[in-house]
Design a protein around this ligand. Structure first.
Ligand SMILES: [Zn+2]
Ligand SMILES: [Zn+2]
Ligand SMILES: [Zn+2]
Length: 270
């Protein structure tokens, strides 16, 4: 079964351009230098239907959103995202969850609640940060996202897609990456624990955190990310969670074969 990945956002938590920055990347006219907050859409065909339709069109089959970024509304409009069958959360940092309120539109369009999957710590954070969503008594106003949280404890299936959680280090904190078939998405990552390497064996297409060249306590640099690529040897790697230090064209030109920066709107079929 092939799946289609659409990169909805390839930028770091500030987004690129950053507010009030005059650097060359923030001022660039190359659309690949404009990076919304990190998120991807995973689409899998259902009932043998092919992925012939444009990205974001839920009629293609099961649509899985990874994280509800701060930019979810802009991303949904830009890529005509109309259906979300499930949401996977990597962790609870603001750039990955603050779009959760936008889910109301999908609830209305689909007339259903949406299941959300996250590790125990992230489920607890979502309940705290979005207390109004998870309040026990139904609110008087209708404007509340309808989501049903599930705690990830191991591999699980969503719409016929097997999802394998891959714990990765984000600073000192363990968060989740996800593997589906030969594809893996590891955003916000500064280390791969010993136990997670076997989960990544045989990955052919990898989207991996590479914030910038300078060291950062919670994100891989480009050279640290390249060391992961060296060990896993995927056929194709795309760096994400990229900050304004890395111009798209110039950075891609000096990366090794099979490695490039992701960009918003990038579509992959795996
Ligand atoms: Zn992040
Ligand atoms: Zn800048
Ligand atoms: Zn983070």
């Amino acid at each position: 079964m092939s799946i289609r990945i659409t990169v909805l956002g390839s930028g770091t938590s500030h987004g690129v351009p950053m507010i009030g920055c005059d650097c060359a990347v923030c001022q660039s006219t190359d659309p690949r230098d404009a990076r919304l907050r990190p998120s991807i859409l995973i689409e899998a065909p259902q009932d043998g239907r092919a992925l012939g339709r444009p990205p974001g069109d839920g009629r293609a089959g099961c649509s899985i959103l990874v994280d509800t970024s701060t930019d979810l509304r802009a991303q949904a409009l830009k890529y005509d995202l109309r259906r979300v069958d499930g949401i996977l959360f990597t962790h609870s940092h603001a750039d990955h969850i603050f779009g959760l309120d936008e889910v109301r539109r999908f609830n209305a369009l689909q007339r259903s609640a949406i299941p959300c999957y996250a590790d125990r710590a992230t489920v607890a954070d979502l309940r705290r940060v979005f207390a109004y969503i998870f309040a026990s008594s139904p609110a008087d106003s209708g404007g509340i996202p309808q989501v049903v949280p599930f705690t990830i404890v191991g591999p699980f299936c969503l719409g016929g897609v097997e999802i394998v959680p891959v714990p990765v280090l984000h600073g000192r904190r363990l968060i989740l990456g996800f593997r589906i078939g030969s594809f893996a998405y590891l955003t916000d990552c500064s280390g791969v624990p010993d136990a997670s390497w076997p989960l990544l064996e045989g990955v052919e297409v990898l989207i991996l955190d590479a914030l910038r060249e300078r060291p950062h306590p919670t994100h891989f640099t480009v050279s640290e990310a390249l060391a992961v690529v060296d060990r896993l040897r995927p056929a194709q790697t795309y760096f994400t969670h990229v900050c304004h230090d890395l111009p798209h064209a110039a950075t891609c030109a000096r990366l090794p074969r099979g490695v490039e920066l992701a960009y918003d709107g990038l579509t992959l079929t795996v």
